[in-house]
Structure formats: C-alpha cells, structure tokens
Design a protein around this ligand. Structure first.
Ligand code: G4P
Length: 530
C-alpha cells in the first residue's frame, strides 16, 4: 500500500497544447532530454521519415508528414514520473485533441511570443476551462522579435477570462534578448548567446540589487528598464495564489526559448511543484479516489491501424485509481464482461513497451478487438460504477455521405459505425432516413479525408461526399419541443444523432440567435454529454 501511495504521489499527467509552430515539440523534446528519456535533440520530431520509421501510423499521415493522432509519453525526472499527452501539431485537428485533454490533470500552453493567442490555442483553452484544469503558460521564442510582454498578458487575461501571474519577466527580445528576471528569487538568469546550442544551459544568475554585475550582464539601460517594469508588475499584477492556480483560475506564465533551452528547466521544476498528483474523478454520484487500491480507468481514445499488419485497434485508457496488473482480470463495465486486457502497453519516449503494472495517472493502450467505445469504464470486478461520459464536442464541418455502389451497403454501415465508435467522426441522420444517406460532422476537415481513405482501404467502400453549408450544431435540450413546428431560416436543418436526440445545424451564428428569438421555448446546448 505504501508503495502504491508513493507511486501515485509522484505522478504528473499533463497535456501540452499550442497552435502549430509555437514550439510544442521543441519544448517536449527538452523535457525528455532532462529526464534522460532521449539522448539527443531531434528525436521527437525529426523529419517525417525518421519519425515514421519507429511507428506504423496510417499511410495518410505518412503522405502528409503530420501526426493526425495524439500520442502519449512517459518519462522520469527528479523522482517524478511524468506522463505527457501530446496533441496533434497541425492546423486541422479532431475531437481526439479535445478528448486527450479529458485525460490530463493539467495543461501546458505554449505561445509564440511574436503571435500571442492563435485560433487553436483558443479552442483548446476552452476545453481546459470547461474542466477548470490548471494551465501553465510558456511564452516561447523570446530570442526572436516578440510582442510587448504586458500586451501578451493582457491578451491572455482578456481573451481567456483568467488571471495571469508572470513567474519570470523577459529582458528584451530578439537580438537584444538578455535573459529573464526570476520574480521569486529576485535575480536574473542571463541569456548568453554562446549558449544557444541545444545543451543543458541554465544561464548566469545575478541578484537584481547587484548593480555592477547587473550592468555588466545586461547593461545599464536594460537594468533600469527592468527595475521599472518589475515595480509596475509587483503593484499591478495578480497576487500569486496556488489554490487559484490549481483550479485553473490563475495561470503562471513563464518566458523563455525552448529552442535555446533557456528557461525550460526552471519552468519544468516549478510546474512539477505547483501541480498535484492525479486528481479524483467523478463517477456519477461517487468521487473516485486515485489512491484507492482498486484499479479503475476510462477509455479516452481509440486508435485504429497502429500496426497495419495486424489491422489492430488500440484503446487508450487513463488510469483513475489504484494499480493495473497485467495478469489480472478486469471488468469492462459497458459490456459487462470480465477479461484480461491484452498487450497492455505504454509509450516510453518514442518506444512502445508492454507493461506489467501501471498506476493512477498513467495511460495504457490495450488491444481492442472492437469492443471499446470512447468513455467506457474498465475496473476491478468488485467495483460498480461508470465514469462520467466524455462530452461530445461540436463538429464544425458537415457533409452528406453516401456509398457509390449500393451493393456495398453492409460494408458501408459497418465502416461508418466503427469509425464513429472510435470517435473519429460523428454521424447524424435526417429524421426518418436510414443508413444510405448519412450526415457526417467533424471537428477538423481532415477527418473527412481520413474517413474516405479508411472506408476505401479498410472496408472496400467508395463514397460520395457533398459538403454542407452548415457550421454550427446545437442539441435541442427541451425534449417536449416538436422540431417540425420550429420556425427556422432556410439553411438551418433539423437532424438526429444515433441515439435519436434532436439537433439543429446552422449555417451561421446569426441563425442561432434568430432561431432562439423566433422560438421562445427553445433551449439549445453546444456540448452534449454522452
Ligand atoms: P510545434 O510542435 O508547436 O508545431 O512547433 P515546433 O516545436 O515544431 O517548432 C516550430 C518551429 O519553431 C521550429 O522551426 C522550431 O525549431 C522553432 N522554435 C521552437 N522554439 C523556438 C525558440 O525558442 N526560438 C526560435 N527561434 N525558434 C523556435 P522549424 O524551422 O519549423 O523546424 P526545425 O527545422 O527547426 O525542426
């Protein structure tokens, strides 16, 4: 038991989020270097060809040289056992990204100092905020021209509606980047251009009151400017409050340069100190304590075709309590079946390994013969509960999908159902229509291509896909409403999900407001549980 508590206590499970190109991969790589999980930079990302040499992702990913699906990595640092949940690093992302955030206890948000908040950061933030998970901000690329740091903080506070607390403060940027001021230690960490290699360099520390040394490091002009800015910051910024940080109301902000390895280790250290070990999770009325001895987990992601030769699916689950043991039998609650989980594996840096045991906070991937769905609960057979379902996120692109060859109806239905079960797409139906004509909704348009590709290659079905003008979806919350009686504008469409719930899809935001105005009893919701 002592062992179990110790193991769980030292676990930290976080997602790393950013808009593409902000530096997420570079930062992750530095974390892994500190943990000794990789020996050289370039291992995480590399060129597309290197990366795919180690894993067998889908051909489509290979063709594009992008990672469509999120991955998970585990490494050790300073006696912490860290699980990083990576989110796809391209413009177009799917619900998978959102779901990954459901498995994390906190998030690291990487922001490009020249760009500030970008569209993808905005979307991801919204999901973090829904769960009140702590968000730690790393403002990256200070070695390049950057926006005014006060402006950047202002933007974060204004757009996200949370407080920020700069843990350090940049001194200049671009060619004039001199380092950062550590607010807790009241000293500066100087950035030395010679240290811009990818080594583990900390910079030179100096007490801010040591005028002579300060001037020799950053010059009198920058010292004076810094002193003024710090004075302003101390008066005007939020007070540090760990409780607020832990409830996602105050984001500690760090400035640095991932590529130059500047400010990365101090960031990692503070981050680990401020975050908690795995948090309790809700299962209906019950709250599941991670330190409970009995194993429980929920499926947050299903990945098809990890290995083409086996045409397998891997179900990724986040362990919420206790210890997982490879040879024990567990209950898959939704199926009401007890079985061993086959080939349980973890990603250690970039290697997949079969694991004998894992603890609350860890992510394991198990072989899935097609039985798991997103949100399913797996637990000790003596337990009886189901974790709260993962909300269904609002798709933003819709298309009508039909099979070209009507003889392939069975394969089409099977493929569509399986792919929807994995959570890669959402299916909707025109009321009273069957499986011949399906409305597919996706969060990112790339998912349409994935669907088309997979139906062709895995199920032998060619499809016709007709894009629809709608972009917004809302579930009708009040069951008593008769959708046929609603007053709607011409491009707004009434559809149903596979459970028969009624929804409306709208071409523009304006139409939503119009519908609400014209139909006083109508209650609409953007997210749908389960
Ligand atoms: P992402 O995962 O968020 O998409 O970003 P990634 O780490 O791949 O970084 C995007 C680009 O930004 C990379 O350049 C990377 O080297 C660069 N970068 C990351 N951190 C910093 C930083 O602190 N300073 C500067 N100046 N650049 C940074 P690239 O040319 O697109 O790729 P590569 O050829 O260097 O791999």
């Amino acid at each position: 038991m002592a062992d179990l508590t110790r193991e769980i206590k030292r676990r930290r499970t976080f997602a790393i989020i950013s808009h593409p190109d902000a530096g997420k991969t570079t930062l992750t790589e530095k974390f892994l270097l500190y943990g000794g999980a990789i020996q050289s930079a370039g291992t995480v990302k590399g060129k597309a060809s290197d990366r795919h040499a180690t894993s067998d992702w889908m051909d489509l990913e290979k063709q594009r040289g992008i990672s469509i699906t999120s991955s998970v990595m585990q490494f050790e640092y300073d006696d912490y056992c860290i699980n990083i949940l990576d989110t796809p690093g391209h413009q177009d992302f799917s619900e998978d990204t959102y779901r990954t955030l459901m498995a994390a206890d906190s998030a690291v948000m990487v922001i490009d100092a020249a760009k500030g908040i970008e569209p993808q950061t905005r979307k991801l933030f919204k999901v973090c905020a829904m769960r009140d998970i702590p968000i730690f901000t790393f403002i990256n690329k200070l070695d390049r021209e950057a926006r005014d740091p006060f402006d950047l903080l202002d933007e974060l506070e204004r757009e996200f509606g949370i407080g920020t607390y700069p843990m350090n403060w940049p001194i200049g940027c671009g060619v004039n980047f001199k380092g950062v001021f550590d607010r807790e230690r009241r000293s500066i960490l100087a950035f030395d251009e010679f240290h811009s290699g990818r080594n583990r360099i900390e910079g030179i520390s100096c007490d801010i009151t040591d005028v002579e040394k300060m001037d020799s490091l950053i010059g009198e002009y920058d010292r004076r400017a810094l002193v003024d800015q710090i004075e302003l910051l101390d008066v005007a910024s939020y007070e540090f409050d760990l409780e607020k940080v832990r409830h996602g109301k105050l984001s500690p902000v760090f400035f640095g340069s991932a590529l130059n390895n500047f400010g990365v280790e101090p960031f990692l250290k503070s981050f680990l100190e401020m975050t908690t070990s795995p948090l309790p999770r809700k299962a209906g009325e019950q709250v599941i304590d991670p330190f409970d001895e009995k194993f429980s987990a929920f499926v947050f992601k299903i990945q098809a075709n990890m290995n083409k030769a086996h045409r397998d699916r891997i179900a990724f689950m986040r362990i919420c309590s206790g210890k997982f043991e490879r040879n024990k039998e567990y209950l898959h609650v939704q199926n009401n079946k007890v079985a061993k989980l086959s080939q349980p594996q973890q990603m250690m840096a970039q290697e997949r390994e079969i694991v004998d045991c894992a603890y609350a906070g860890d992510i394991i991937g198990v072989f899935d013969p097609g039985i798991f769905s997103i949100g399913d609960t797996v637990c000790d057979p003596t337990l009886k509960f189901t974790f709260e379902r993962i909300p269904t996120f609002a798709p933003e692109h819709f298309a009508i999908v039909e099979q070209k060859d009507s003889m392939k109806r069975k394969q089409f239905a099977k493929g569509m159902n399986q792919i929807a079960q994995e959570g890669a797409i959402q299916m909707f139906f025109e009321p009273n229509s069957g499986m011949e004509r399906v409305i597919v909704g996706v969060v990112g348009v790339l998912q349409f291509e994935v669907l088309e590709y997979r139906l062709k290659h895995e199920y032998g079905v060619d499809i016709i896909r007709r894009p629809m003008p709608q972009q917004y979806i809302r579930w009708i919350e009040n069951e008593k409403i008769d959708p046929t009686k609603l007053t709607l504008d011409t491009d707004t469409k009434w559809v149903q999900d596979y459970r028969g719930n009624n929804l409306l899809i709208f071409p523009r935001e304006w139409s939503i407001r119009w519908a609400l105005e014209k139909n006083k009893d109508l209650v609409l919701k953007e997210f749908h549980e389960g």
